[in-house]
Design a protein around this ligand. Structure first.
Ligand code: FES
Ligand SMILES: [Fe+2]
Length: 350
């Protein structure tokens, strides 16, 4: 039902605060989805196309937990069934739209790409570090990238680009060169971690360390399919345990395919310092806009465009070693897609 995309995965559809009574339309895994909040706070996710004359249901109105098509008034419930036809008592059996299972966790709305009854909410990746909590300020964003989601994964799982792409923002005096990089497989997750022992304290927490102090600094990126990544950033005195230092904050970098060649890029940054400071909010908002929208985005888009439609692997990418996180994520996606294709064949044969 979603050619080219994983079915059995949770996809971020948006931030929880974006989904309200008023229908929100968004293209996700190349389907037009309409999202709205039901009276009990739950979220409905339906195909945004009425089966009658194909009007977008997002142009309709709400009646209780149903969505009423704005063209001729057919009403659909959260399971996608037509439950009211204003012109006849009989409702045609074909009057239904696709419904996806939607769950809200950590301020994020997730959609299950497969059959609703096969969705397992226990497999939703944990993004508790960017959920609202006392003593924490979270800044959230959403932008579009004109490249397939795997190219965004390559970018995020290989932070060696920081010293080059982010010269104007996040580059850290060359500390990444002092780092040890490792990629680990861990069940459904991949970890692409940088460990930088004995480096100058990172700027956001420099005042918390003694002047001129060196620190052990970490940048830990965790990946879940299809492209939901969490970055944990911190620093501690050399040799001290991590929890004796400062967790600089958590970031979410969650990429959801919009189409086969375009991606939603959702970002969040959580901090536990200066939580009531509008100046710090403004400074960070500007910093991340420049870093993600003016530095990462043009490079990712230009690199993808430069393939001129050729397949990534057929173009023969070189390996630098530190890029192995993105490579493993790509291989993992391919293996999962192949497994799904095989299971469909088995279902059909059985
Ligand atoms: S197009 Fe929706 S009711 Fe006619
Ligand atoms: Fe970047």
């Amino acid at each position: 039902m979603m050619a080219g995309f994983l079915q059995n995965a949770w996809y971020m559809a948006g931030w929880a605060h974006e989904v309200a009574d008023v229908p929100l339309t968004r293209r996700i895994f190349d389907r037009r989805v309409v999202l709205y909040r039901m009276e009990d706070g739950g979220i409905a996710a339906l195909e945004d196309r009425c089966p009658h004359r194909f009007a977008p249901l997002s142009l309709g109105t709400r009646a209780g937990d149903t969505l009423v098509c704005g063209y001729h008034g057919l009403a659909f419930d959260a399971a996608g069934a037509c439950v009211h036809n204003p012109f006849a008592a009989r409702i045609p059996a074909a009057a239904r739209v696709t419904a996806w299972r939607a769950e809200e966790r950590d301020g994020i709305v997730w959609l299950w790409g497969g059959q609703p009854d096969e969705a397992d909410p226990a497999r939703i990746p944990d993004f508790g570090i960017v959920a609202d909590a006392p003593g924490r300020k979270v800044l959230r964003g959403h932008t579009m990238i004109m490249a397939p989601y795997e190219f965004c994964t390559d970018n995020l799982m290989d932070l060696s680009h920081i010293e080059y792409v982010h010269k104007g923002t996040l580059a850290g005096d060359g500390v990444i060169f002092a780092g040890q990089h490792s990629v680990q497989e861990d069940g459904e997750m991949l970890h692409s971690n940088w460990w930088m022992p004995g480096v100058t304290a990172p700027i956001p927490v420099r005042q918390r360390f003694a002047p001129g102090a060196l620190t052990d600094h970490w940048l830990d990126m965790r990946w879940h399919a299809p492209a939901s990544m969490r970055l944990d950033i911190g620093a501690t005195y050399p040799g001290a345990p991590r929890d004796a230092g400062f967790d600089i904050g958590g970031q979410a970098h969650i990429v959801t395919p919009q189409t086969a060649t375009t991606s939603h890029y959702f970002t969040a940054n959580a901090r536990s310092h200066d939580v009531d400071s509008p100046q710090v909010d403004a400074m960070l908002t500007d910093l991340f806009a420049r870093a993600f929208e003016e530095e990462d985005r043009p490079m990712i888009e230009a690199a993808y465009a430069n393939l001129e439609g050729r397949d990534f692997w057929e173009a023969g990418p070189l390996s630098t070693g530190v890029d192995s996180g993105g490579t493993r994520a790509r291989r993992r996606i391919t293996a999962l897609l192949n497994a799904e294709a095989r299971s469909v064949t088995v279902d059909r044969l059985g």
